[in-house]
Design a protein around this ligand. Structure first.
Ligand code: EPZ
Length: 430
């Protein structure tokens, strides 16, 4: 029979205890804006600690179309300008990664025009970009939508004051977009209600080292004084706090003791304090975290996802999986993406008892989980299934793992290195 294979799957023999240590990769959500910031200069940009992910590979192709020559190996990326300046981010690439919308601001600032495919939604909702559009129009751009594309142009960008918070709080990529555009605008731009996630801070720090004038970094109010040009840079991206949180949850749910290396524990303060409240023993140093979840009976927890520095929405599905291993009723209220629940049905296929009341997930944990065939629907929902599969009795087959590989570098190798019985194999679509 003809094998239709579009994807791979992970097969995991559950009921594992973990041990040893795992190295955390560079942050996906910081790498993407740092790569895009190269549009703002004609000089070389060298980025270290960039993880080799599907999203990074897609963005390399987009930047190559926008006039950049990129070489990338062993987590080191060199981005050069080749002078062939196209200003269109095409549908066939943007549809693969909606985060590519952040080329809008830099292209406008550097080339005064751009055409960017309107990003689609994803598995957990429409993913609007109204705040991005509001920001670039505030800077003086004229924008129209036609044929699924955003056409924007501006004879010049002029600094102004704006608020980039919406119904669900600040926008991370919206802040990145407008901050980058404002670095080359004339005059002062003040962004009230800016996102203060570590990934935004990492971008701001790099822009300053390229010659930008930004104050209020790390706060919800950024002030950017426009400059005439930005120079090249060599910069190292921060560690991935969400990857780190994923391995912490894996250790907690399997009642194991592991060490995370090359991690920034200050980016995970709320996550670490929640794990300690549950009963995990955690020791942190400058770039490592030791978690020991074998000492105490873990207690159920209540948490709400909110903008940084509160508990991150990207760990909501993963901590839902963790809660299924803890006796008692835990509750997680999702207040950033009100449709981010596709993992619940898949976890319930493994035997969990999870209900949804409005945007609060209620997990009646402690029931034995059994291995099953389950399907990843997005990056973090897929990661949640892996956390559950590590603990479940029997074999789990996690399908459509390209979602997971968008954001987790060498996941199979790293999980095997801490004791998980995991194999990657081709997967049929039929
Ligand atoms: C970034 O997405 C991250 N992605 C997401 O991580 C993360 O979940 C999210 O920030 C929140 O922390 C990248 O950095 C590539 P938002 P972003 O704009 O910027 C609403 C992952 O798993 N909103 O901060 O697209 C929006 O609907 C990904 O790594 C508007 O209403 O998210 C949401 O409810 C998933 N209008 C809230 O704001 C807008 O114009 C926060 O979204 C923009 C956003």
């Amino acid at each position: 029979m003809y094998k239709y294979t579009i994807d791979s799957g992970y097969t995991i023999q559950g009921n594992n205890k973990l041990n040893g240590s795992v190295n955390i990769s560079g942050s996906k959500n910081a790498s993407l804006p740092l790569m895009v910031a190269s549009i703002l200069t004609d000089e070389d940009v060298v980025l270290n600690n960039i993880p080799n992910l599907l999203d990074v590979q897609v963005l390399i192709r987009i930047l190559s179309k926008l006039g950049k020559d990129i070489s990338y190996e062993n987590d080191r990326m060199v981005i050069k300008s080749n002078g062939d300046l196209c200003s269109e981010a095409p549908y066939e690439l943007v549809k693969k990664m909606r985060g590519s919308i952040i080329v809008l601001g830099p292209l406008l600032a550097k080339r005064k025009c751009c055409k960017v495919s309107y990003p689609g939604g994803c598995a957990f909702g429409p993913r609007p970009i109204d705040l991005h559009i509001k920001g670039i129009e505030a800077l003086g751009a004229s924008v129209n939508m036609e044929g699924g594309y955003i056409n924007a142009e501006a004879t010049s960008l002029v600094g102004t004051t704006m608020n980039l918070s919406g119904e669900f709080g600040p926008t991370v990529l919206g802040t990145d977009n407008i901050m980058m555009a404002a670095t080359l605008a004339s005059g002062k731009t003040i962004i009230e209600g800016a996102a203060s996630e570590p990934e935004c801070t990492d971008l701001a720090n790099m822009l300053v080292q390229m010659g930008a004038k930004i104050s209020g970094i790390g706060t919800n109010r950024l002030e950017i004084d426009g400059v005439s040009k930005l120079g090249g840079i060599e910069y190292t991206v921060i560690p991935d706090r969400i990857e780190a949180g994923t391995y912490l949850a894996m250790a907690a749910s399997s009642r194991s003791k592991i060490t995370l290396n090359s991690v920034c524990s200050t980016h995970l303060e709320k996550v670490i304090s929640l794990l300690k409240d549950m009963g995990c023993v955690i020791e942190t140093s400058e770039n490592s975290i030791l978690i020991d979840a074998s000492k105490n009976e873990l207690k159920p927890f209540n948490v709400e996802t909110l903008p940084y520095p509160e508990f991150p929405t990207d760990l909501q599905s993963i901590f839902t999986a963790l809660a299924t291993s803890i006796n008692g009723v835990s509750e997680i209220k999702e207040s950033v993406f009100p449709d981010r629940f596709t993992h619940i049905a898949e976890l319930n296929r493994m035997g969990s008892d999870i209900k949804l009341h409005e945007t609060t997930i209620i997990i009646n944990g402690g029931k034995p989980m059994t291995g099953a065939d389950v399907q990843a629907s997005d990056l973090r929902a897929g990661a949640a299934l892996l956390v559950a599969a590590v603990v479940a009795k029997g074999i789990s087959n996690v399908h459509r793992i390209y979602h997971i590989e968008r954001g987790y570098e060498k996941m199979e190798t790293k999980m095997r290195s801490i004791g998980v019985n995991i194999v990657k194999k081709e997967d049929d679509i039929l």
